[in-house]
Design a protein around this ligand. Sequence first.
Ligand code: SAH
Ligand code: SF4
Length: 349
Amino acid sequence: MKKEIRALSIENLITELEALKQPKFRAKQIYEWLWNKSCVDFEQMSNLSKELRNTLQQNFYINHITENITQKSSDGTIKMGFKCQDDRMIEGVMIPADNRMTACVSSQVGCSLSCKFCATGFLKRERNLEAGEIYDQVVLLNQQSLHHFEKPLTNIVYMGMGEPLLNYDNVMRSINLITTDEGLGMSSKRITVSTSGVARGIMRMADEGKKFNLALSLHAATDEKRLQIMDINKSNPLDTVIDALSYFYNKTGNKITYEYILFKDFNDSDEDAKHLIKLCKKVPSFVNIIEYNQVDGVEYTKATDERLQRFTMILEQNGIDAKVRRSRGKDIDAACGQLANKNKLHDRI
Ligand code: SAH
Ligand code: SF4
């Protein structure tokens, strides 16, 4: 049976190639093709002999994703639908701004957590993505960035489909590959992992000294309210999650970003702002106030501009570092929480 070559670490690749009577430096060359040059076809590995390319072909395969459909929003945001080799579909988004080009990548096919406001949460979780499949999204979104804006990606956010910390090993490996020189060589300071609050995963990242940014999808500052919109709060109540964040901050020195979608008449009152302030004082943090993107079949709606301004003002007056984040790519369902594979495979055929 053929083996997935990108699932192998460099050490394992060396061992595999030794068994095929190949010297160590060949493994290094191949590894460089696979990651640094993001090559997904053995035939194109031009500094390897024809014979070796055939041997690779016979013994290994490359489990990579391919572009299925690409859409461009009127605001420049680009959404890509990708097809996995098992025909499953995922989505990634490239968001251009004056000073940064951000890729938003998926970590799972679907999501098991079913948050009440999120389109991905309405899909069932089908499987975890492999590290290579996450890496491919970055590579393909970077190509779009270069093609349309003549600039490479500057930032990566794990805010697409799925819960990154429920696919811990593959997500961490993908970050390793994105940040090492053998891969894309990006700075880990430019990477943000967003979680709905998997405390165990947060503690593990802290213990492993992970240096990237961490965002918590908070959306409500009391257990009572958060339970109404996020099932994960049953197994990971706020106290437990905040303790984990505090541990993460103490170990890494990285401030936490809280994401807070402002829903009309649900979490946008002055009292809600006070609960949020109290919570924010526990761990050094920033708050992103997020405009809610309407998802079909969801009972919640977005807060009025007036409430948004007042809510933000109350936070600021109490010394909280808060910014309003407007949505991008809404016209093509590319905004936060809208990724749901609406463009199915057959749309293209
Ligand atoms: N599962 C992870 C990462 C993916 S979701 C998490 O939940 O953090 C990325 C972000 O989009 C999260 O902050 C999520 O709460 C937010 N989001 C989900 N649905 C949204 C919607 N309809 N409008 C605005 N933001 C949404
Ligand atoms: Fe999953 Fe995040 Fe959407 Fe919740 S918000 S359903 S955790 S992707």
